[in-house]
Design a protein around this ligand. Structure first.
Ligand code: ADP
Length: 457
């Protein structure tokens, strides 16, 4: 029972206007802050009915769950968000608390560091201390969970870690022919990455040296990873895709060692294209970081990009992708590092039709009006179109099994799904980008975005 007159008054106000979302949100937040966890939970549940996918409310509910020891419920609430890159860092910290509660120390450490790298203000010293003392944390977790988690918890590493093995995707066969549209982006990659390797004499004649990296940025699902893979295929280079979990580690010093091993592995399998996804978490502004450990990771990354000498990274091309380029430390943009920023825009009408053609290439089609589907998918990015085609194919497969013969895909099948499948967040992304273009573009770094953010939808 809440013993606070201010809270009781707010609660009464919420009872009288149950659809007032800001009021409910405020009340739920206060209840959580004051530790009335069960009450906070029910307020957040009520608010969620008014705004079903609201990240702030979901995070609040998950926190209320986690603080009551309902770790599974907290993780289930967060799951849809955590599956997307660039999820709110606060959610990462709450997930870390819940994972630790369940005894999954390794995952908890990963989530925590990933979140705090992006948003230092989300740091939770108490949680960080528990993560740094895994034995104590595991002992504090319920016995069964701790026992189950024990074999998965990483051991502190004394010497160098296991060398990183490069996955050689040379035979994946993806090239620029598999990337629809994006002519400007492909051209930029050709000039920066491919030509110096193919025609080194020409570049040498102009006093230019192959090297340095490219930072691809744009809305999630826009095809950055696909482009990077295709660039490696174009070049006949091995493709090493590095995710955050390959680098970040809860033990001090280990993340730096992981980075070093990754670059070393790439240097051993030249020509090699090293691709860092979600690089904002590894290359965030050091001025934003409170923890020296995180600054160390950034410094190590810079040192690896520079190499010990001029030739250290010869034949190693570095591509990185981010949905949030504005969080990246400017030191990464210096010559020889990610000195080339390339915007991967959302696909326009012609590009969407071309992407659909590629996605439907090997599918049984009755007829397909790609232009009509492209028109009906205005806010879709490549990943959304891929999801649309995959869902339609699954439906057809079921129909074919029932009919006992292959039933081909039609325009209507795809059009019908566009009404139920919501595209991902291109508009939200452009709204965020607009803030940076308008208010933090002194260096002109975001000029390329200008025509996009001023577009009226
Ligand atoms: P990002 O890395 O920007 O989040 P992805 O590269 O993972 O996006 O894109 C998701 C999927 O969308 C890819 O696997 C690919 O199948 C499809 N896709 C995106 N853009 C294109 C494109 N221009 N041409 C063909 N397929 C594309």
């Amino acid at each position: 029972m809440v013993d606070d007159s201010g809270l009781r008054a707010l609660r009464e106000a919420a009872r009288l206007s149950p659809d007032n979302l800001p009021l409910r949100r405020h009340l739920a937040g206060l209840l959580l802050d004051k530790g009335y966890l069960a009450e906070a939970e029910s307020e957040y549940r009520a608010a969620l009915l008014l705004a079903p996918r609201d990240p702030g409310i979901t995070a609040g509910l998950a926190e209320a769950f986690a603080r009551q020891g309902a770790y599974g419920a907290a993780l289930s609430a967060l799951e849809p968000f955590l599956a997307e890159p660039g999820y709110p860092p606060r959610m990462g910290v709450i997930a870390a608390r819940a994972l630790l509660g369940e005894g999954d120390v390794a995952q908890a450490g990963f989530r925590y560091h990933e979140a705090v790298m992006r948003a230092p203000q989300a740091a939770d010293p108490e949680l960080a201390a528990r993560l740094a003392a895994p034995a104590a944390a595991a002992a504090a977790a319920p016995a069964a969970a701790a026992a189950a988690a024990a074999p998965r918890a990483p051991q502190p590493v004394e010497g160098p870690a296991e060398p990183y093995e490069a996955t050689d995707d040379r035979r994946s066969g993806v090239t620029f022919a598999d990337v629809a549209g994006m002519e400007g982006v492909k051209e930029a990659l050709r000039v920066k990455l491919l030509l110096p390797v193919r025609q080194p004499e020409l570049f040498a004649a102009f006093g230019k040296r192959a090297g340095g990296g490219v930072l691809l940025y744009g809305p999630p699902g826009g095809g950055k990873t696909h482009l990077a893979r295709a660039a490696a295929g174009e070049l006949g280079a091995s493709f090493v895709s590095v995710g955050l979990s390959d680098v970040l580690d809860m033990y001090v010093g280990q993340s730096e060692r992981n980075l070093h091993n990754i670059f070393d592995a790439a240097r051993r399998s030249r020509p090699c294209l090293l691709f860092f996804d979600e690089v904002d978490a590894l290359a965030a502004r050091r001025s934003d970081m409170r923890q020296a450990h995180n600054r160390q990771i950034v410094n190590q990354f810079l040192a690896e990009l520079d190499g010990v000498d001029d030739r250290a990274n010869e034949g190693v091309l570095v591509l990185a992708a981010t949905n949030a380029p504005w969080y990246i430390d400017v030191a990464f943009r210096r010559p020889g590092r990610f000195d080339h920023l390339v915007f991967v825009p959302p696909p326009d009408l012609a590009a969407r039709a071309a992407i659909l053609r590629i996605l439907c290439r090997d599918k049984p089609l009755a007829e397909m009006d790609f232009d009509a589907v492209a028109k009906a998918t205005a806010d879709y990015v490549g990943a959304d179109l891929k999801g649309l085609v995959e869902r339609a194919v699954e439906d057809k497969l079921r129909e074919s099994i029932a009919a006992g013969r292959p039933v081909p895909l039609t325009t209507r099948d795809l059009l019908a799904l566009t009404t139920s499948q919501r595209p991902s967040s291109v508009r939200e992304w452009l709204a965020t980008a607009r803030n940076y273009v308008m208010h933090a573009n002194d260096s002109g770094a975001w000029d390329e975005l200008l025509p996009w953010v001023n577009r009226t939808w």
